[in-house]
Ligand binder design. Structure first.
Ligand code: GTP
Length: 427
């Protein structure tokens, strides 16, 4: 699925909404190049736009369109990639003027996701996100249904054909949603089994290419495809993590985060990220040698916040220590929740295991009485999933629940409860 990658592309970054030079446009453009390479294409040129005054029809101004056109033709590019999301109209207009395939950031990320999805669930989710993206854009050059294996030729489809395509896509979207629901309930079942066996979960999170999969392999001795390409991990992978205390702990590897991840993509990967909700401890992995490590970390923290996970205990794992100056490595290791490792060389892993043990021990089980609004079925379901519900009944349109839960989840449930009272265990 997804577009067959062109050989030659030209990247264009539009930064109309930020005027200053210091806003990191060059870095984002550099990242767009990395993403493009990751999608299997070759970057043959790039253009930066700093217009304060975007043209709503084409996003970039008319002069810039001419510049892109001349630049792209000069290097025989067959596609232009925008580091920005384009509306369906902008996409069509640009393709018409440029006479080239136009791709925006979401489409590029979706394409990479499509190439990396390994499990059935991941593949279904990516296809759903791709079709939802495609539907309003149908008819554009880069979005013919033929790209999805529909067998339509390269000529632009007529209205009748478009309507037929739309109907087919809507039907496929319905089937995909049903299939995803089935897979999700299977996952919930697996999770419930794990919970019954009192397994704790430690989850790896981090910016794409930080080295999560390498660390996952190093800690669990398993073989998950690692790749210098971005997003090698799309589907969560769960393996047993051997710790000295012999506690049953599972380590889960998740999809790499990225700046400017479109919100609907986050939604598309909700099931992937649901894995994180169950985690007792997060390992936030950073490529310590990356010049952009701070904004990358900030992006990860903000995504964790938007997923309601800001309060989950977290160890900051500074990876790729082999590429660091030793003094810098020592400085980074000084923090209470910081560990410096080289997943590739296996350095610092024993210390990391110890810190994981400590981190997990700091999360005792507490007992609490909660009052949830009777319409907060989701809260109750979450409580069933993450804790042990001892009793639950409805009174005055309120759900009164007694439950055991990890102390780290306290704040999350306090925030959504009408009343929250911790009780001595067994009271
Ligand atoms: P996504 O799947 O994109 O989220 O990536 P990831 O965070 O899982 O990264 P992955 O483990 O695939 O590693 C990315 C690249 O970094 C690979 O080329 C690894 O070999 C390299 N890498 C990982 N850990 C280290 C390390 O400790 N030192 C060095 N020098 N390279 C590393």
């Amino acid at each position: 699925m997804g577009w067959v990658c062109s050989r030659r592309l030209v990247g264009a970054s539009q930064s109309a909404y930020s005027l200053s030079r210091s806003d990191g446009e060059e870095e984002t453009l550099q990242e767009l190049s990395e993403l493009t390479t990751s999608a299997g294409a070759q970057v043959v040129g790039s253009i930066l736009q700093r217009s304060p005054d975007p043209d709503p029809a084409t996003l970039v101004g008319r002069g810039k369109v001419r510049e892109i056109s001349a630049g792209a033709k000069g290097v025989k590019a067959d596609s232009v990639i925008f580091d920005h999301d384009l509306t369906p109209t902008q996409l069509r207009n640009l393709e018409q003027v440029l006479d080239l395939r136009v791709i925006d950031r979401t489409q590029l990320i979706l394409d990479i996701f499509a190439r990396r999805a390994r499990t059935r669930e991941g593949q279904l989710q990516v296809e759903l996100a791709q079709l939802n993206y495609l539907l309003p854009r149908l008819g554009g050059r880069g979005t013919l249904l033929s790209r999805l294996g529909g067998g339509i030729g390269t000529r632009g489809p007529g209205e009748q054909q478009l309507e037929f395509d739309r109907r087919r896509i809507r039907a496929r979207i319905r089937r995909l949603r049903e299939a995803i629901e089935r897979v999700r309930s299977q996952r919930a079942l697996h999770r419930a089994h794990r919970q019954e066996r009192h397994c704790l979960t430690v989850a790896l999170v981090g910016y794409t290419n930080a080295g999560k999969s390498t660390l996952f392999n190093a800690l669990t001795g398993s073989k998950v495809a690692t790749s210098s390409r971005l997003f090698a991990t799309l589907d969560p992978t769960v393996r047993a993590l051997e710790l000295e205390s012999r506690r049953a702990v599972l380590l889960s590897d998740t999809v790499g985060f990225i700046r400017k991840l479109p919100p609907h993509l986050v939604a598309a990967f909700r099931a992937t990220l649901e894995e994180l909700e169950d985690a007792s401890l997060l390992l936030h992995v950073t490529d310590a040698s990356h010049p952009e490590r701070e904004p990358q970390d900030a992006a990860v923290r903000s995504l964790l916040g938007s997923l309601g996970l800001a309060a989950t205990p977290c160890l900051h794992v500074w990876n790729k220590a082999d590429l660091l100056d030793p003094a810098e490595a020592r400085r980074l290791a000084a923090g209470d929740s910081d560990v410096v490792v080289s997943a590739l060389k296996g350095d610092g892993l024993e210390a990391l295991r110890r810190r994981i043990e400590e981190g997990l021990q700091q999360d005792p089980i507490v007992e609490a009485e909660l009052e949830l609004s009777s319409s907060d079925g989701e809260g109750l379901a979450l409580l069933y999933r993450l804790g042990t519900v001892l009793s639950a009944h409805l009174e005055d349109r309120r759900l009164l629940v007694r439950a055991r839960l990890a102390a780290s989840l306290r704040e999350r449930f306090r925030a959504r409860s009408l009343a929250f009272r911790e009780t001595p265990a067994g009271a």
